[in-house]
Design a protein around this ligand. Structure first.
Ligand SMILES: [Fe+2]
Ligand SMILES: [Fe+2]
Length: 293
């Protein structure tokens, strides 16, 4: 990520949901990521948190959207809600397929709903929006990591890779919406910084807990090779943790804005190299399907 002035800013981005429909019935390996149960459980745990997690992002943004008048930001909020809503929908479908393959993502989904309820119970509206801003930062920097070098997802089943890349692209497109809304309505950066620490601890703890549950329920004992592969993916030289440290810390700067990380080029790159038009249903078809479900 590089910081440049006078490049892309929030208002330059047109946020529109792409109504994708991925053929999850084609996924047939339980260990769909590099034949590694730990790496596969990590993606499963992430996916299981998306339906309720992204539902909460939408709810927290809705609590504030009538407090602003900026028509551009209102339009972006609409795009944000559309994108997150459709992410939830696709991940729910994916979680069902994972259950059939042997990783019970649906059960984790309902565990997470309870955990989330516990987290937000009694929290103020501004705290809920602050958490959303922080989780949007986490998803945006992870998305940058995967899109910048898609070889980080080598060994991942093609359909799931398409799902992940589509999701990461839209996370980058809407990464500043909750932040801009929070700054327009509240603007307390101290609360944001404190919330990022809490959100990161919660995220790491819960994903790890769900991974252990998934492995236990499926009676899987990872081998040393699996553990080494997972450790390299997470903590290795090109691993996720090491790569995320700098962009993560940028959030604590006094004047940080999500578009300080100029990465619109990654969206264009995806559009050129990975976009699968055959999975894009367009909005009309989505409306039909959504109204049935
Ligand atoms: Fe999302
Ligand atoms: Fe998001």
């Amino acid at each position: 990520m590089n910081n440049t002035t006078n490049a892309v800013s929030s208002s330059d981005i047109d946020i529109k949901p792409r109504r994708m429909n991925f053929p999850f019935e084609q996924v047939n390996e339980t260990y769909f990521f590099d034949d590694n149960p730990l790496k596969s459980a990590f993606i499963t745990a992430l996916s299981a948190t998306f339906p309720a997690g992204e539902g909460e992002f939408i709810d927290s943004v809705r609590l504030f959207r009538d407090k602003i008048n900026d028509p551009e930001l209102k339009k972006q909020i609409k795009g944000f809600i559309g994108q997150e809503g459709h992410h939830s929908f696709q991940h729910k479908r994916f979680n069902q397929s994972l259950k059939e393959l042997g990783f019970d993502a649906v059960r984790v989904e309902s565990d997470f709903e309870k955990d989330l309820e516990y987290t937000i119970n009694g929290k103020s509206d501004r705290q809920r929006l602050a958490y959303t801003v922080c989780f949007e930062h986490l998803t945006a920097i992870m998305s940058d990591y995967f899109l910048r070098d898609t070889s980080t997802l080598d060994g991942l089943d093609d359909t799931i890779k398409d799902l992940m890349l589509w999701h990461t692209v839209e996370e980058i497109e809407h990464k500043a919406v909750a932040f801009d809304l929070y700054m327009a309505c509240d603007g307390d950066r101290k609360l944001l910084r404190k919330s990022l620490i809490e959100a990161s601890l919660l995220f790491s703890w819960r994903v790890t807990k769900y991974m252990f549950r998934l492995l236990r329920w499926s009676k899987i004992r990872p081998s040393w090779k699996d553990i080494k592969g997972y450790a390299a993916f997470m903590f290795g030289r090109k691993g996720m943790m090491r790569s995320l440290r700098k962009p993560y810390m940028d959030f604590f700067r006094k004047d940080f804005h999500p578009w300080d990380h100029q990465n619109q080029n990654l969206v264009d790159q995806w559009q050129r190299n990975h976009y699968q038009p055959e999975y894009d249903r367009g909005s009309d078809q989505f409306i039909k399907t959504a109204s049935i479900g």
